[in-house]
Every structure is written in structure tokens, then in C-alpha cells.
Design a protein around this ligand. Structure first.
Ligand SMILES: [Mn+2]
Length: 499
């Protein structure tokens, strides 16, 4: 544990200490968090921490804090009357909304923001000078730590929980599930920075185990043939999508698919069987891809949650985070929070949602394959009126991962299929890590374009945020084309600079 504490910068430690005091002092707490796996894990960490501290509390997931949703948040707070409000996995980029709608509510003595999204320069400034003594903002970026790789929203929430009490060491599990959901393992090569220290702490106390193994989704839960049939990262030419070929693959290697009547999963295989199968998969990859790093990526650090039931999604950080994402994407993030809190009914519901999520993704990908995408300068555009805003980001990410869309330019997905007939369209962008390495920054582009558009129109018509390789924006539908054109110009410019 010392090693983790030592890695926390002093300035950040001070804030964590201050926030922990506020938690202990609070009597009634309202916690809000994002709806993705990281946001759900963060909220579960906070809820478990508050439960252990015997606080009265209420929690809620919110898709995004924007000028619309903040009204509802304000109402929730006014009705419940908490003395402490906590925001996790968002808040840094929405400081102004928090100041205007939450800060002055009578019952509220303090507001804790636990975020890891890149602040704009302004907000780094404002926090340093403490916008208000009521607000404690904890964001790794403001202390020289990368919020993209070193610490997630759940990780930031975990640090707070650890500062509140050592009893919360078991929450290393959820901290790493959240970080996994945000794809923070460094290019698939394992965790770094504070994430690494959290993994080590979890290992020391026996909650986590790092195993070098096949990095595919489903090694704990999928019957062997389906493990390959649904593999998209990477796409396995000749195997992905073909049940027959996947059966034959294992039969040719004399690996039994069943033990008695039961399907075997990957973790059931003997280590010799694993080696033979891995050789086979690597051969397929080397035959079809020029880039040898793709073959290397097949093996990597996988994280086992040793206290969670075997052969369930909860046993692996990767599958757990996917289950949580599925809950959020099907507009049931609260189910995910309860799964984290060991509620078995919620787990049954969560696995059903995961199933539904897979069906939704598969049909969105099929539509994309049939209808194609649009090519613009500097980017590809996917515009499918049937794909819900909650999965558009995953769909375009998978489309690139499975080579339906090339990776030489960022891809932008548009969803006009939004919750409750909102006048806003959702844009989601993904850039391959190779593009980010040469200077493409989607978050920067989206935020710049939103600012520019808002200024030009003289009203708030676009809001944006995210990370260099994955960013999102909400835009008034009437200004969507303008937004796309401006984004296209800027991305083309970023790409041309790197030539
Ligand atoms: Mn996050």
C-alpha cells in the first residue's frame, strides 16, 4: 500500500485527504456518475464506501452533464437535500454548470468532483485558484498524471475510498474494472502508473490476479468455438463469423470442445492445449496481416477477479466491464451498479442486457456492412438513423476493429436516435492509436469546433468532450452539417501535418 501512496502526488493527496474528511463529516450524500463501465464502477465504489460509513445516500447515473440534464440533477438535489454531492467520471468539463446549478443549493455544504477527463486550460487554472472552497475537484491531469492511461474515473473514486478507510482495499476490483472499460491498459500491454499500483495492491491482498493469457473477450464464459467465431479484436479472417470453421479449428488441433456434456471455455484448457491453440490463431493472423504487432497482441495481461464466481462475466475485468457497458448502453446503468454490489438478481438481469447488447451491436454492424459509410476529407462518417446514441461509439469502434471501416482516418458516427426526442444529435468519434501517435486529437477538434460554432451562433448549440482517441459531442440537429464540415477540415489538417 505504501507504494501506491508514494505514487500519489502531494498536491493530489492533499485534496484526497480533504475530500475524505468531507465524506466522513457528511450526513446525507447524493452521488452522480456517468453511464459507461468506468462511471458505473466509480458509482459502485462510492456507494459501497458510503454504505460502510453508514451514511444516508442516494445515487444516480446520468448519460452526460449538459445544459439539459443539469436541470434534472438540480431538481434531484433540491428534493433530497444532501449536504454533500459527489460527481464521478465527469464534472471537470462541466464546472460552470455545477457552479450555476448545484453550488448555491442551500443544503449543500460541499461538492466533490472525481474526474479524469482532460480539462481545458481554463479549468486547470480555476481549480488551482479554487473556484470555491465548497468544491473539491480531484483530477489526475491537474497533478501531472495521465487520465488516459494512469488513472480512470473509478480509479480516482477508489483513491478517495482508500483515503476514507483501509476497509475499502477490496474495491481495487472495481477500480480496475472501470479502467479496463475505458481501455486504459496501455495499448493492451498491461496497466501503468497509478493503475499499475492499484493492480499490485489488489494482488497483494488477493483480490486480483494478473495472468498472461489470450486477450480475447470471453475466455471465462464463451464455449470454445464461439470464442473465435465472435472474435473481432483482431478480426480472424476465415474464423470470425464462421461457426463451422471454428469447430474445425479445434478439432484439427485435437482439442476437445466439451468435457462430458459441458462446453469447455478457454480457461478450462490445459496449458499445452492453450499453447497449441494460440499457435494456430497466430498463424491465421500472420497469414492475413502485415503488422506482426497484431499477432503479439493476442497474448497479454488478463486480470482475474479471484473473489468473484468462476465462469461468470464477473470473474474477468474485461468481461465484467463489458457487462457494465451493456447495462449502461441499454439505458439500465443502475443494474450495473447493483451487479458491482453483488446483487444476484441484478446479475441475472445484467447478463440478459449483455445478450440484448450483443444483438443490438450485431444488427448495427450488419446495417453498416450493407449500407456502407461516407468518406469525407480527414474522416469517415457513419450515419445510421436506427443506431441508438448509446451504442454508436462502440459500433464505429468495432467497425474499425473488424476492418469494415479502414483505420487510416478517424471515423465519426452520428446518431439522431436519441433518448426522449432530444433536439440534440450525438456524435461519437474514434481514432486508431496509430493516428493519435502521429498527432490526431479528436477531443481537441470536437471541443474547438463546438466553441467556434457556439461563438458564431451566439448560443449554446454544441457541447463536446472526451479523449484524443475517443471523443463525443452533442449538437443541435440544425447545426449538425456545419459541425461535420468544420471537424472534417480540422482533421484533414491534423492528418496532413503528420505526412
Ligand atoms: Mn471514464
Amino acid at each position: 500500500m505504501e507504494s501506491l501512496y508514494e505514487s500519489i502526488p502531494e498536491s493530489m493527496g492533499k485534496l484526497l485527504l480533504k475530500a475524505a474528511k468531507e465524506v466522513k463529516r457528511a450526513r446525507r450524500v447524493f452521488a452522480f456518475s456517468h453511464i459507461d463501465a468506468d462511471g458505473i464502477s466509480a458509482l459502485a465504489i462510492i456507494s459501497i464506501m458510503l454504505e460502510r460509513e453508514k451514511k444516508d445516500f442516494e445515487w444516480k447515473n446520468v448519460h452526460q452533464i449538459n445544459s439539459e440534464s443539469i436541470i434534472q440533477i438540480e431538481e434531484n438535489i433540491r428534493n433530497y437535500g444532501p449536504d454533500l454531492v459527489i460527481f464521478s467520471d465527469f464534472g471537470t468539463g462541466q464546472m460552470e454548470l455545477v457552479m450555476n446549478h448545484v453550488h448555491d443549493i442551500d443544503s449543500v455544504n460541499s461538492v466533490i468532483i472525481l474526474d479524469h477527463h482532460l480539462p481545458s486550460d481554463d479549468s486547470v487554472e480555476s481549480t488551482q485558484q479554487a473556484v470555491s472552497s465548497k468544491i473539491i475537484e480531484i483530477n489526475p491531469w491537474q497533478h501531472g498524471i495521465s487520465g488516459s492511461y494512469d488513472l480512470s474515473g473509478a480509479g480516482t473514486a477508489f483513491l478517495l475510498a482508500l483515503f476514507v478507510s483501509n476497509k475499502n482495499i477490496d474495491l481495487t476490483e472495481l477500480a480496475i474494472v472501470g479502467a479496463t472499460g475505458d481501455l486504459q491498459d496501455y495499448y493492451g500491454r498491461g496497466f501503468v502508473g497509478l493503475n499499475r499500483k492499484i493492480v499490485e495492491l489488489g494482488e497483494t491482498y488477493g483480490y486480483l490476479q494478473v495472468v498472461r493469457d489470450l486477450t480475447f473477450f470471453g475466455i471465462h464464459t464463451r464455449p470454445l468455438p464461439y470464442l473465435l467465431q465472435y472474435a473481432t479484436d483482431p478480426y480472424l479472417p476465415g474464423l470470425t463469423g464462421s461457426e463451422e470453421a471454428c469447430y474445425a479449428f479445434f478439432q484439427n488441433l485435437s482439442i476437445d470442445l466439451k468435457a462430458g456434456d459441458e462446453w469447455r471455455t478457454w480457461v478450462d484448457l490445459e496449458s499445452e492445449e492453450k499453447q497449441i491453440a494460440i499457435q494456430g490463431v497466430i498463424q491465421v493472423v500472420l497469414e492475413h496481416y502485415d503488422d506482426p504487432s497484431i499477432a503479439q497482441g493476442i497474448i497479454g495481461d488478463t486480470i482475474v477477479l479471484t473473489h468473484r464466481p468462476p465462469k461468470t462475466e464477473m470473474r474477468s475485468a474485461k468481461e465484467f466491464s463489458t457487462l457494465l457497458n451493456a447495462c449502461g448502453r441499454n439505458r439500465r446503468p443502475e443494474v450495473g451498479v447493483r451487479v458491482c454490489m453483488q446483487d444476484s438478481e441484478a446479475f441475472a438481469e445484467g447478463t440478459t442486457l449483455l445478450q440484448q447488447h450483443r444483438v443490438n451491436l450485431a444488427s448495427a454492424l450488419r446495417r453498416l456492412e450493407e449500407d456502407g459509410y461516407i468518406e469525407m476529407q480527414g474522416m469517415y462518417v457513419v450515419d445510421d438513423p436506427d443506431t441508438p446514441d448509446t451504442i454508436i461509439g462502440i459500433v464505429i469502434g468495432m467497425a474499425q476493429g473488424s476492418m469494415i471501416i479502414p483505420i487510416n482516418k478517424p471515423v465519426i458516427g452520428i446518431s439522431t436516435n436519441t433518448t426522449d426526442d432530444s433536439p440534440l444529435a450525438k456524435l461519437s468519434g474514434r481514432a486508431h492509436k496509430q493516428l493519435v501517435e502521429i498527432g490526431v486529437n479528436l477531443k481537441e477538434v470536437f471541443v474547438e469546433v463546438a466553441d467556434m460554432l457556439n461563438e458564431r451562433i451566439g448560443a449554446l448549440v454544441a457541447e463536446a468532450g472526451g479523449h484524443p482517441m475517443a471523443a463525443g459531442a452533442f449538437i443541435q440537429k440544425t447545426h449538425l452539417n456545419e459541425f461535420l464540415q468544420l471537424t472534417s477540415d480540422r482533421l484533414a489538417n491534423q492528418l496532413s501535418k503528420s505526412d
